[in-house]
Design a protein around this ligand. Structure first.
Ligand code: AR6
Length: 223
C-alpha cells in the first residue's frame, strides 16, 4: 500500500499505514511533516486533520545531570525552588532573582504567590533562559506529611508549565533539597521517576547539581 490518491476521507487502513510510516520515520529521525504533506495530499484533504494525525505522540525526553550553576544554563526554561510568596529568598531562588534582575521580582509581585506543589511561569528577563518556572517544594518534616506527593507534584506542574509555553528544554535544581531539608537521595529519586512517567513535549530535562554529592546521586539514578 502507498499514499492514497486524492480523497476527502482517511480510511482506517490509510490511518494505520500512515501511523506505521510515521513510526518508521520518527525512528530514523527523519519525520518532516511538510514533506510528508506536500506531494501526497491535495486540496481536498483537511490540512489541520492531516497535520494532527501526522504529529507523532510525545517521546520520552532525554535526561541528563550537570554540575554547575543553574542561572547560566542555556535552555528554554529554568526552574526556581521558590517559597509560597514567590518574591525571592535564599539559595537558588536568591541566585535566580539576582541573575534575572529586579524586573523578575516586580513581575512576581503580580502573581499573588503559589501553594506548595504548584508552579508558575514568568519571563527570564536578564537570564539566558527565556522562562523561569517557579515552584514551591515541601519542607522536609520526616517524609510522612505528604512531602513525596508534594515534591512529585512540583516536577509534574513544572513540565505542564513548560508545555504551556512550548519550552523544549528545561533545567531543574534539586527542589527542596537545600534550605527545605529534603534528603537528596530521596528527592532525586522522586525527581527522576516523576519526569520519566509524566507525558510531556519537553525534549531535554537537565538536573543541575550544585555540588559533587548531588551530581553523583543523579548520575547513579540516570545510569
Ligand atoms: N544553581 C543550582 N543549584 C543551586 C544553586 C544554583 N545557583 N543554588 C543552590 N542550589 P534551595 P529549597 C541548590 O535551598 O531547599 C529559598 O530561600 C542547592 O544546593 O535553594 O527548595 C526559597 O525562597 C540545593 O541542592 O531550595 C525557599 O524559602 C537545591 O538547589 C527555600 O529556599 C535547592 O536548595 C526553598 O528551599
Amino acid at each position: 500500500m502507498g499514499w492514497p490518491a486524492k480523497c476527502d476521507v482517511f480510511t482506517e487502513r490509510h490511518r494505520t499505514w500512515i501511523a506505521k510510516r510515521i513510526a518508521e520515520k520518527t525512528q530514523e529521525g527523519k519525520l518532516e511533516i511538510d514533506r510528508l504533506w506536500e506531494p501526497h495530499t491535495g486540496s481536498m484533504w483537511d490540512e489541520n486533520e492531516t497535520r494532527k494525525m501526522l504529529t507523532p505522540p510525545p517521546r520520552d525526553p532525554e535526561l541528563e545531570a550537570t554540575l554547575g550553576d543553574i542561572t547560566t544554563e542555556v535552555v528554554d526554561a529554568i526552574v526556581n525552588a521558590a517559597n509560597t510568596s514567590l518574591l525571592g529568598g535564599g539559595g537558588v531562588d536568591g541566585a535566580i532573582h539576582k541573575a534575572a534582575g529586579p524586573e523578575l521580582k516586580e513581575f512576581c509581585k503580580s502573581l499573588g504567590g503559589r501553594a506548595v506543589g504548584d508552579a508558575k511561569c514568568t519571563p527570564g528577563f536578564d537570564l539566558q533562559a527565556r522562562w523561569v518556572i517557579h515552584t514551591v517544594g515541601p519542607q522536609w518534616q520526616g517524609g510522612d506529611q505528604g512531602e513525596p506527593d508534594q515534591l512529585a507534584s512540583c516536577y509534574r506542574e513544572c513540565l505542564a508549565r513548560a508545555d504551556d509555553v512550548e519550552a523544549k528544554s528545561i533545567a531543574f535544581p534539586a527542589i527542596s533539597a537545600g534550605i527545605y531539608g529534603y534528603p537528596i537521595q530521596l528527592s532525586a529519586a522522586i525527581a527522576v521517576k516523576t519526569i520519566q512517567t509524566t507525558p510531556t513535549n519537553v525534549r531535554l530535562v537537565r538536573f543541575i547539581a550544585f555540588n559533587k554529592t548531588t551530581f553523583d546521586v543523579y548520575k547513579k539514578l540516570l545510569g
